[in-house]
Design a protein around this ligand. Structure first.
Ligand code: GLN
Length: 494
């Protein structure tokens, strides 16, 4: 049965179509795998009975020759997407018992396409973090181990760390993630899978628990570029219920997979050669340039001069928006309530008990940078910098079609669970290569490119023009083929 978990999403689609196995068999295999993988703490809520019911419906449609585009494909959703009648926590204590009466647009689209969800995946609380360390439900575990210290459990990255861990460990064919500053690409890179953050507006944000609304974007994560492309086609599209959703036709992303990159111009931004960039990562970056060149692309040196301001800009704007978005969790409108002797005390008690320390830190920073007297010095300045960062990209894209960078500065997250740094800024530094695309609203993909000397996966990032996802898929596929990345060994348990 476990053999059905080893195949790719694309292969599963073929197998279902050829009736080599049924949706029920495929789902049963994944349900039992999910139990074997419980050590990874990848799920917050599992819905195996629901999955099996849906699988039966898929099989009936397949039998009748009425199969939906992704009928029978087994997925799981980050627990930031509201799912009707299925608990949605955002990994926060304050939403521990929240059962949404509605479904997010993206998960609805996936359901309408016939996919089957195993449940809700772990993340950093309200998607604030890079490791899943801030989850109220405990960290998820990376199924990869370092050769140097094989007994230590490592973080899967974050915030979509439950998502990356379960896909890497063959527990789902593909999953959803969200990316505000790197939360799809960074965990994908740390777990040796593919993660794509689409252009802002490409996927609807309706029904996704909001973190920083001008940066948040949903996207797919899977074991191959092709699988990611297949999922994106279903997830993307206009939604009249999201004011920032863009009304543009959705291409058949997987159809361009093998179109190649002849004549494409790839920019290499010198500012990404930062202090703290691992020598190993740097080597793979150079290899990536070579692979693209060998496949007919032209490598061009470019400059994105405001890159050094991206991280501080992000860590002002994201908390500012979060502080406003999270004001709804007051124990009255949303979130669990802790009574008090006055209304103010009720708010205070509910929020003190319901939010974890990273979320509180961000609410404090956000409120501070938006407050009268500090607004001009911080928030307004950060907004101006955001425009400059965005203009850097616009200028660069006059000369190039895509930009190649490492996804993260270090070779995987060599931090063991329980040994994490106490200082939040060292965690924030992880996002140095990923936040720029969110600030500029651009699409980005992380593709595994190889293993570090310690045997941990590394990822390369491609950044595209607005709505340039097809380019990313073509170039991502070239990297995937050239790299010949060895995926995680399939084991019963990790
Ligand atoms: N690591 C970043 C943060 O903590 C990004 C999170 C995200 O993309 N959701 O804000």
């Amino acid at each position: 049965m476990t053999d059905l978990c080893k195949i790719t999403l694309a292969k599963a689609l073929e197998g279902l179509k050829a009736k080599e196995f049924s949706a029920t068999e495929l789902t049963k295999a994944h349900v039992s795998r999910m139990e074997d993988l419980s050590n990874l703490n990848a799920f917050i809520t599992t819905t195996p009975e629901l999955a099996l019911q849906e699988a039966q419906k898929s099989d009936e449609r397949i039998q009748k020759g009425e199969a939906l585009p992704l009928d029978g494909i087994v997925i799981a959703n980050k627990d930031l997407f509201c799912t009707q009648n299925v608990r949605t926590t955002a990994a926060s204590k304050i939403l521990e018992n929240f059962i949404p009466p509605y479904e997010s647009t993206v998960t609805q689209k996936l359901k309408d396409a016939g996919t089957i969800s195993l449940g809700k995946l772990n993340l950093d609380e309200f998607a604030m973090g890079s490791s899943t360390l801030t989850s109220h439900f405990g960290s998820s575990v990376n199924p990869w181990r370092s050769k140097k210290f094989p007994d230590k459990k490592l973080f899967p990255g974050g915030s979509s760390g439950g998502s990356s861990a379960i896909v890497a460990a063959y527990g789902a064919l593909g999953v959803t993630g969200t990316d505000t500053g790197g939360s799809i690409r960074q965990p994908a890179s740390f777990c040796g899978i593919v993660g794509l953050k689409p252009t802002y507006g490409r996927c609807s944000r309706r029904g996704i628990v909001a973190f920083a609304s001008s940066l948040d974007q949903a996207g797919p994560m899977a074991r191959t570029v092709e699988d990611t492309a297949i999922l994106l086609k279903v997830m993307a599209g206009f939604d009249p219920n999201d004011a920032t959703s863009v009304n543009m036709p959705v291409p058949d992303y997987a159809s361009v997979l093998k179109d190649g990159i002849k004549g494409k111009k790839i920019g290499i931004p010198k500012e990404y050669l930062v202090e703290g960039l691992d020598a190993e990562m740097d080597d793979f970056w150079k290899k990536g340039m070579k692979w693209l060149e060998e496949n007919g692309a032209e490598i061009i040196n470019i400059s994105l001069p405001h890159t050094k301001y991206a991280l501080p800009t992000y860590y002002i704007l994201a908390p500012a928006e979060a502080s406003s978005n999270l004001s709804r969790y007051d124990g009255v409108r949303y979130g669990s309530r802790v009574e008090g002797s006055s209304l103010d005390e009720l708010y205070e008690n509910s929020r003190s008990a319901g939010f974890g320390s990273e979320v509180k830190r961000r609410i404090l920073i956000g409120t501070y940078v938006l407050s009268a007297g500090y607004y001009d010095a911080y928030y307004l300045k950060a907004q101006k910098l955001r425009s400059l960062i965005s203009q850097d990209f616009t200028k660069a894209f006059e000369k190039v079609d895509m930009i190649l960078t490492p996804t993260t500065p270090t070779a995987a997250f060599a931090i063991a669970i329980g040994e994490e740094p106490k200082d939040p800024v060292s965690m924030y530094l992880n996002d140095i290569f990923t936040v720029t695309t969110n600030l500029a609203g651009l699409p980005g993909i992380s593709v595994p490119c190889g293993l570090s000397n310690d045997g941990l996966p590394l990822g390369l990032q491609l950044i595209g023009k607005p709505f340039g996802e097809e380019d990313l898929i073509r170039a991502g596929y070239v990297i995937e083929q050239a790299a010949g990345f060895t995926p995680l060994e399939f084991k019963e348990k990790y």
